[in-house]
Design a protein around this ligand. Structure first.
Ligand SMILES: CC(O)(O)NCCCCN
Ligand SMILES: [Zn+2]
Length: 664
């Protein structure tokens, strides 16, 4: 299924008609440069073009009051003076004779996107709209927003498509207070937002944007605010918040639909955000959400004011929605102290609502809310520094890397009697021994067949690293022998950093190395807590890999952060017989692992488990994993063991940190 693209140049036909420094950045070119970049890169041709439509009154009233709608309806007929007068009642927004029409198109675009995804016409999609929506409230325009496009879309999805749980991820750098107000007592809509906050000194300067606004009444726990109290946040900060806050909560919430308030003012170069995350980070943020809700994801443009990083970020997002390989998330380092403080505060504020956060640490001793009160009392004037001054610090950043799709998306090495699943291409490798193995033959290696198997594995790995093949699926009769053969002194000129994820128990692991060429993560029911090798991470679950809650917790809170920090050039995923992992969990794992090593994941399974070949192939082809069934709660002892493991490892692996204690 395809990716929808909703855009219409009509939404460029309004602009600021008077002087207002706070609003001058919201220009029509935001939309044109984004769409033109999609056209130039050939991405728009690969999308399913869906026309926008005007939202009806009834649809707008899903999130707004009648009096507000009636008032906005009058604006097309206002004189310039009336428009200025009308605008004065709201904050940081402007009106124009054509903005009501565009606001209906923006909201209608979001609804068209929801319809296209919910009816299965497309898998996912993006709507390039203006005016944005997430600041507008029931009876007020605000922050360049007139109607709350995503809030209306969430209500519409519930009402028209019977969606039970909607996840809204707001990666715009501003807090979508309009969305928060709309759903704060509604447990069927989980609103997650990070936003520049600086202890309430940054616009819209709201006390309720802080991490302790967790939702009200039945909605308690379903509003997650992550305040950025410093500018300059980087890719590592964004990814660690996704791994340690958003994803555990999102997987436990188990949404039927994901809506993204896709604001790109959180990218480097933006005068509003002043952050340092590069445009390719949106490839990863999008990918990490694509295995939720069976892949049903609707992204709706919010902010984004740097006319270079905005189109780059939009293209990165669309390319991931289309299923292209991800760029390596290079240059990750430890999240900064301020990000870790926010991380710790959010996790402790939500500990009581989400079993996946149950083991989160307490609020940091240097409680950041006291800073908020102190700083907020200082003279307000400083916060209103003109936008131009802030924009002066615009940084340089590299063009996002190319993300070419390999000619063969997924190759397979199967025994003759196993049919090649559709979409996979049988890997034909020469019968003679791989030169790298010739040495093993000389010192009389015994088992010829094993050597041939390893030889073909090496040949497949080589084709991956030259990007002739994306991923691979290999069935072998004896998995232990194959792992021994392949991993025993793995030739360094074959691959320099391989992440081995071993699902299930595996007896002798004496090919482990300590030189960092291989990071070995094992999830099983074997308890090996005494391991001291930084590159061997044994995760033990009492009930083994069949325990979905424990498994997903290990994947999200341990494996993902480790993999981001390690940044492998190859992922080797091994499923040992009798692991007990269920297919939907297995597909989730594959889907998430494809985000690393430019999609070069090689799956090793034993021939007697060929019944799992179909689901494995489907996941390797980038098809979304089915939603996980309602997760049981996390086993207490497993949760504590995972926490101990994370504590022990975080001195070596900075992406595992979830508290600010101990950081300089
Ligand atoms: C959509 C948005 O979040 O980017 N709007 C930002 C408004 C900033 C006003 N100072
Ligand atoms: Zn914004």
């Amino acid at each position: 299924m395809g990716t929808a693209l909703i855009y219409d140049e009509e939404m460029t036909k309004y602009k600021l008609l008077w002087v207002d420094p706070a609003c001058k950045i919201e220009v029509p070119e935001r939309l044109t440069v984004s769409y033109e970049a999609l056209v130039r890169s050939g991405l728009s041709d690969r999308c399913v073009s869906i026309p926008p439509r005007e939202a009806t009154d009834a649809e707008i009233l899903l999130a707004h009051s009648e009096e507000y709608l009636e008032a906005v309806k009058k604006t097309p007929y206002m004189t310039l003076e009336d428009l200025k007068e009308f605008t004065l009642q709201y904050g940081d927004v402007y009106f124009h004779p054509n903005i009501y029409h565009c606001a209906k198109l923006a909201a209608g675009s979001a609804l068209q996107l929801v319809d296209s995804v919910m009816t299965g016409k497309v898998r996912n999609g993006i709507a390039l709209v203006r005016p944005p929506g997430h600041h507008s409230m029931r009876s007020a325009a605000n922050g360049f927003c007139v109607f709350n496009n995503v809030a209306i879309a969430a209500q519409y999805a519930k009402q028209k498509h019977g969606v039970k749980r909607v996840l809204i991820v707001d990666w715009d750098i501003h807090h979508g207070q309009g969305v928060q107000y709309c759903f704060e007592d509604d447990p069927s809509v989980l609103y997650y937002s990070w936003h520049r906050y600086e202890h309430q000194k940054f616009w819209p300067n709201l006390r309720e944007s802080d991490y302790d606004s967790v939702g009200k009444g039945n909605g308690a726990g379903f509003n997650v605010n992550v305040p950025w109290n410093k500018v300059g946040m980087e890719n590592s900060d964004y990814l660690s918040i996704f791994c340690h806050v958003l994803l555990p909560v999102a997987y436990e919430f188990c949404p039927d639909l994901v809506l993204v308030c896709a604001g790109f003012d959180s990218a480097i170069g933006d005068p509003e955000g002043e952050m340092c995350a590069t445009p390719d980070i949106f490839a990863h943020l999008t990918h990490l959400l694509m295995n939720l809700a069976g892949g049903k994801l609707c992204a709706v443009l919010e902010g984004g004011y740097n006319l270079t990083s905005l189109p780059q970020s939009v293209c990165q997002t669309v390319q991931t929605l289309l299923g292209d390989p991800l760029p390596q998330p290079a240059g990750l380092r430890s999240p900064c102290k301020s990000a870790l403080e926010s991380l710790q505060c959010v996790r402790s504020a939500h500990r009581r609502y989400w079993s996946f956060l149950k083991h989160a640490a307490n609020q940091p001793s240097t409680d950041i809310s006291t800073k908020r009160i102190k700083l907020a009392n200082e003279e307000e004037g400083k916060t209103e520094m003109a936008v131009e001054e802030r924009a002066a610090e615009i940084k340089e950043w590299p063009e996002p890397p190319e993300r070419p799709s390999p000619p063969v998306r997924c190759a397979s090495l199967l025994p003759e009697d196993v049919a090649c699943p559709d979409g996979l291409k049988l890997f034909s490798s020469s019968k003679d021994l791989h030169p790298l193995l010739a040495s093993k033959l000389q010192n009389g290696a015994d088992d010829q067949d094993a050597l041939i198997t390893v030889s073909r594995l090496y040949a497949m790995i080589e084709k991956m690293l030259t990007n002739e093949i994306g991923s691979g699926l290999v069935l072998i009769s004896d998995i232990s022998a194959a792992m021994m053969g392949a991993l025993q002194d793995l030739p360094s000129d074959l691959v320099d950093r391989v992440l081995v994820v071993c699902v299930g128990k595996e007896k002798d692991l004496n090919y482990l190395t300590t030189d960092g060429k291989m990071l070995f993560v094992q999830i099983s029911d074997e308890d090996k807590e005494k391991e001291k090798n930084k590159y061997f991470i044994p995760v033990s679950l009492k009930k083994g890999c069949s325990d979905t809650a424990g498994f997903i917790q290990a994947v999200l809170g341990l494996l993902l952060p480790l993999a981001y920090e390690y940044d492998p050039t190859l992922v080797l995923l091994v499923r040992t017989p009798g692991s007990g992992v269920d297919d939907s969990m297995w597909q989730q794992l594959i889907g998430l692992l494809l985000g690393f090593a430019k999609g070069h994941t090689l799956v090793l399974m034993q021939t007697n488990e060929k019944v799992h070949v179909g689901p494995t192939a489907s996941a390797l082809l980038g098809r979304p994993a089915p939603p996980l069934l309602e997760l049981q709660t996390l086993d207490q002892e497993d949760g504590e063991a995972l926490e101990r493991l994370r504590e022990r490892l975080q001195t070596d692996w900075k992406m595992l940190q979830t508290t600010s204690e101990g950081t300089e």
